[in-house]
Write a protein that binds this ligand. Sequence first.
Ligand code: BDR
Ligand code: CA
Length: 376
Amino acid sequence: MANLNELTSPVDASASRQRNRRSFLRTSLAASLATLGATGAGSAFAELTSTEGAARLAADGTSRRTVIIDCDPGQDDAIAILFALGAHDQIDLKALTAVGGNVPLSLTERNARIVRDWADKTGTLPVYAGCPKPLMRELITAANVHGRTGLDGVTLHEPRGPLAPQHAVTYLIDTLRAAAPGSVTLVALGPLTNIATALTAAPEGAKALREIVLMGGAWFERGNITPAAEFNIYVDPEAASIVLSAGVPVTVLPRDVCVKAPITPQRIAPFRALKNRCGPIVADILAAEVAYQKGRRGVESAPMYDPCTIGYLVDPTMFGGRRVNVAVETTGQLTLGETVVDWNGRSKRAVNATWITDVDADRFYETLLARIARLP
Ligand code: BDR
Ligand code: CA
């Protein structure tokens, strides 16, 4: 079996599709192996044979996942939720849990309810409100990026359905306690406060998790909220550290990969041409993201963040990365929230995550478009 620490190089930004696919198969194997070692942060990997890993890889390609999305909508969160709903043959989306992040919780939970209305899921997809602020810090928002409502670029209606009555953390704890081992995938698109709180209050729930797939962090690409840190991790670094230490298989879609699938006017056009309701909504949101970046950096492109997590679930062969140790800086004066990735195994700390660095961007956009086209 390939040494799991010898996967794709991060500098292969322009790798051909063929090479990208080969490299991902190695990473995908590693990620699949991670799902087998649900209780140990790295210790189980070396004991597995490649035959077992390949069998799991094949199974992963066909099974429909039970998924909960924890989010802070947020423009890109909204697109990720729609992407998951359009991928209903592969993703059985059980609930949205909202957290304070891009905008305060009162807006993120509201926006989550608006997004489900767009997809005609008002009565069937519960939305739970969770933690309004980070574990140990005050909330920092990104309203400058996403707009005052959190969903700049689209006209917002009054949500058609209410919040679910439970607290999101209670819902997560109850659901994970009742679930079969390794049966639930958590997708995390915002600060990790809800998930860290649930895993701290009920650590036994971790065994129900097949995988946590999160957007957050930066290593080869620098930060977007400070020079060192990416927004989701910076807002609640203690929560991120808890999640990465929970012994759950974690796959990270950091800025490193998100900047390699830039949103451009050419990539937005096919969404606008869709004849359904959701296509033009997605186009409007993407256009607002590009407009913000044009104002800030003068370029007509923006990173594709949260939807990368769903792309990874729908077709992991589009991505490449490496099994590594990731630690979160929680005390640094200049580096608070930095995700320190042990790319070359210098620290000897146990592997605790699959760090994704590469994506076949054209395939990603084809995949997203096809799923959005299925929506109302
Ligand atoms: C992340 O921060 C938020 O602003 C986005 O929704 C995304 O989850 C990108 O750094
Ligand atoms: Ca987000």
